[in-house]
Design a protein around this ligand. Sequence first.
Ligand code: CP
Length: 327
Amino acid sequence: MKKFTAVDDVSVPGLGLSQSIDLMIEKALAYKQDPWRDMGLGARRRIGILFLNPSLRTRMSTQIAAEQLGMKPVVFNIGSEGWSWELEEGAIMSGTSVEHIKDAVPVLSQYFDVLAIRTFPGLEDRLSDYTETVLNSFIKYATVPVLSLESATLHPLQSFADLVTIKELAIRRPKVVLSWAPHIKPLPQCVANSFAQWANAWDEVDLVITHPEGYELAPEFVQGAPVIYNQLEALENADIVYVKNWSAYGDYGAMPEVANDWMLDEAAMALTNKAKVMHCLPVRRNVELSDFILDGASSIVTRQAANRVWAAQAVLAEILKSNYGAD
Ligand code: CP
């Protein structure tokens, strides 16, 4: 694995993508069984873990995963503590940007064996966000492998952990409903995009997407999965409901008005097959999901977040093996 930014990066030569995902899930679950089984793999290797915006789960789980492989993690909240980056080629830097990304990233590549970065979308310029301007500039100037900790359009470590969590439920080909939820402000589409990308690539689930009209996701991630605007119809016989808010992709970054209440309630859950409820967290209680659901037996959000460690550890292990020759 030369980098990790999307589902295709787990692809193993000679195996289909779905089988490659299965293999990665097995590796993650093996680390869950025995976290220290490869503690020598990252010895004398250092990972720079950089954040342009806040994080709890991604920051902690990546750090723990690195340490369990014997790596030294160094975390830097570059968005709040570092120099602001210029991205434009040939820019006359007389504004607020202090350092060009083409100067900063080669330096970071000298300090670290692996670089991990969380970027985020501006939600104003769809083309810039969907061409992953920041992440791709970072990768362009890095001379060491790069791991995405969430980008403008995707959150691959989250999605991988989500699939690990679904696998653990041991439900034969579950119906998984990705259900839009209300929020007070526009959020990125990346968790929903990424979950759809991974679930579509994995033969083990049947994905259904439900959201109000106006919240359609980018077709490249939906990939023909059924989209049902009636949430109650979509939830019928669901085994798993993945709840998440996102802003509009079409009227980019907007929050089109929604007629009815999309927050899951008891009546909606009664239509499901005693579904387990997932959310990537952080969650706004009683806006996105009710206390009743989050505190009830159907919620698996803590388990889902805990699995972020094993997903990150499996990915980091593959990056170390592929790039530094350890076996
Ligand atoms: N799910 C997730 O990425 O959480 P954090 O923003 O806390 O890292």
